[in-house]
Design a protein around this ligand. Sequence first.
Ligand SMILES: [Zn+2]
Length: 204
Amino acid sequence: MASYLNASEIYENYIVPLINDHRQDLAEARFSVLLREGAWNSRQKTTWSQTELTSTKTQILMLAANPNHEPSNFTISINEEVWRTLEGSDKTRMALIDHELSHCQKGEEDTDGNPKYYLIGHDVEDFFEIVRRHGAWNKSIENILSAYKLSGQQSLDFADPARDADSENEIEVFADDLTPSEDSHDYDSDIPLLSTGVPLGAAQ
Ligand SMILES: [Zn+2]
């Protein structure tokens, strides 16, 4: 079973600089950042990370674990093993967190003037094999290929984590598992461990 650790250093070292440089729209958003320990797989792939709107239930559990917890809008959970494997690959870590922040969006303000936040899915969903066979067969693939060219074609060193990983547990790049918004509010089976006193709190 999984357990969670508060990872406010990820908030300080990655989220804050990314918001300052690229995501001023999220300047007022609050984040809880957790490292998730234990095997974490989804559909035969290792899950690297997950972003959710922080549910009321999670807020209550976090408050129980840490009375100083401040409510957050988003909860970003990072696979602890993946994060550790990426030690020394700071650019990859930054790209991973930037990817998670891309799921986080600010919407209209409510009647009290508080912004409403929501999640969006990936720009591109496809299989390597399909692109290999059919090329850029739709606009989103074409767009991501031009985005890659515009990036200066810098290639991050993401091969190493996969190579170092257990062969039965091979890490896929960006196999983060974005939980669709309709069921993004529950930790389900993880809830009992959240309440067994692992140090938890808002990454504020
Ligand atoms: Zn994602």
